[in-house]
Ligand binder design. Sequence first.
Ligand SMILES: O=P(O)(O)OC[C@H]1O[C@H](OP(=O)(O)OP(=O)(O)O)[C@H](O)[C@@H]1O
Ligand SMILES: Nc1nc2[nH]cnc2c(=O)[nH]1
Length: 183
Amino acid sequence: MTFDEARRVLDEADLLMGEEEIQGAIGRMAGEITGRLAGSNPVVLCIMNGGLIFSGQLLPRLHFPLELDYVHATRYGQATWGDRLNWHRRPHLNLVGRTVLLLDDILDEGITLAAIIEYCRGMGALEVLTAVLVEKLHSRKVTPGIRADFTGLEIGDRFLFGYGLDYKGYWRNAPGIFAVKGM
Ligand SMILES: O=P(O)(O)OC[C@H]1O[C@H](OP(=O)(O)OP(=O)(O)O)[C@H](O)[C@@H]1O
Ligand SMILES: Nc1nc2[nH]cnc2c(=O)[nH]1
């Protein structure tokens, strides 16, 4: 995709959630996560790349001790479809006996979170909780009814970008959650 095409994608996109709604959702999630995890000495794992912006805005609102690490696992790469999880970086912190909180931008089919939850359990985590900024509403979940423990926003079944979500590698920095025209 060229630079000019990237500009056009944003110009033509539909803004589905603006900054005010997103900030409200992150604030509410911070309260819910604090209520559940403040005393649990958790390991928080940011799922790169998409989880970066959500994590960066959520973490300063969690006013309790935690350790932070990240994993890098991708399904989609720069494409808009993918069916396998490729691991680029596994957590370095020891997860044995720990409460783990996974942070990601979106739960779509749930394949990414399901695989990372399974990995963390396999590494000895005591419990694994999940927080996503967006849950996409449709009936193609890897496990019917799979939900994150903490969800910011529910959005319909379109291809989204902004706030960590990319369109062909661009616009993770878009200041809202947008849907690509026609997708
Ligand atoms: O629920 P799923 O259908 O598994 O999709 C959700 C995953 O897809 C995106 O990651 P992607 O693989 O595109 O990598 P990225 O985070 O680097 O964009 C997103 O960040 C989630 O991790
Ligand atoms: N950028 C982006 N990544 C995704 N991964 C799973 N669903 C989506 C989506 O709608 N947009």
